[in-house]
Design a protein around this ligand. Structure first.
Ligand SMILES: Nc1ncnc2c1ncn2[C@@H]1O[C@H](COP(=O)(O)OP(=O)(O)OP(=O)(O)O)[C@@H](O)[C@H]1O
Length: 261
């Protein structure tokens, strides 16, 4: 799905990404983890085409990213930020329908009438039906993020890029959001790349983790190989205990206090 070869990116004199090599197979669920300022969002911005690399190449399904038009790219990939939608007066249903933009002609019409059913199905799945006519401006952060996910689902991409998507969600909605993405991944073979600060969520949901530190990749692989107390101390500078989740057998992190009593 994505092939990144020798990619570097600098802002002024600051080298934010240095010679990155990374391959993402179709259908994988990757978590991008690393400290603040390590280059995670920059990497997502390069994959989505918002930023251009200074060196190296990015291929999407075997073709250079630069060979796609904006519209053809938006049929392949969707991006969701941590605060996915602004507080505007548009009602939820209209916002979800906006996800169909890449499939519409210049009059804003679609060739297939199926789109109404598609949008309604998504609204039901995300429990947005009751909120359909409410403007985004009156919704809570969690409700707005669900509407943002609805818009992304209506876009029917093959690849979704998520940048800390659960930051403003409470525990219930964090899990619900990740489960919805995981269901979508399993049902449609969606490829997911998500920046996540919560290493426990990352371990529970991701097939693979990419650890970025100071603009370079320091480790990549399945969570049970990648998450070690040593890596967490080296990369994040904190001491931790890793325990095994009783249900999923994935590693889970317990933080240690800095001051020993
Ligand atoms: N448009 C820009 N212009 C100048 N510097 C930038 C720009 N975008 C990012 N940077 C710098 O690049 C570095 C990496 O930023 P980036 O947002 O990729 O990090 P991150 O790993 O996503 O961080 P966080 O976890 O804090 O979101 C930071 O030092 C940041 O200040």
């Amino acid at each position: 799905m994505i092939e990144i070869t020798g990619v570097s990116k600098a802002y002024g004199r600051q080298h934010v990404l240095k010679d990155v090599y990374w391959r993402v197979q179709a259908g994988e669920f990757w978590g991008l983890i690393g400290p603040n300022g390590s280059g995670k969002t920059t990497l997502l911005n390069l994959i989505s085409g918002v930023e251009q690399p200074d060196a190296g190449s990015i291929m999407l399904q075997g073709a250079p990213l630069s060979s796609y038009t904006r519209k053809s790219l938006s049929r392949k990939m969707a991006v969701l930020q941590q605060d996915g939608l602004p507080r505007v007066a548009y009602p939820v249903r209209e916002v979800v329908e906006m996800g169909r933009f890449p499939y519409q002609d210049w009059r804003g019409r679609e060739k297939h009438e199926d789109n109404v059913r598609l949008v309604e199905g998504i609204m039901e799945k995300l429990e947005l039906t009751e909120l359909a006519d409410r403007p985004l401006s009156v919704l809570s952060g969690g409700q707005r993020q669900r509407a943002a996910l609805g818009k992304v689902m209506a876009q029917q991409p093959e690849l979704v890029l998520l940048d800390e998507p659960t930051t403003y969600l409470d525990l219930r909605y964090q899990i619900q959001f990740m489960e919805l993405i995981a269901d979508w991944q399993k049902q449609d073979g969606l490829t997911v790349v998500s920046v996540l600060h919560d290493l426990n969520l990352a371990a529970l949901f991701c097939d693979r983790l990419l650890v970025i530190s100071e603009g370079g990749i320091v480790a990549q692989g399945p969570p049970d190989e990648i998450l070690t107390e040593k890596m967490i101390e080296e990369v994040f500078g904190v001491k931790s205990h890793l325990v095994v989740h009783p249900d999923t057998k994935t590693p889970q992190l317990l933080l240690q206090r800095a001051i020993e009593k």
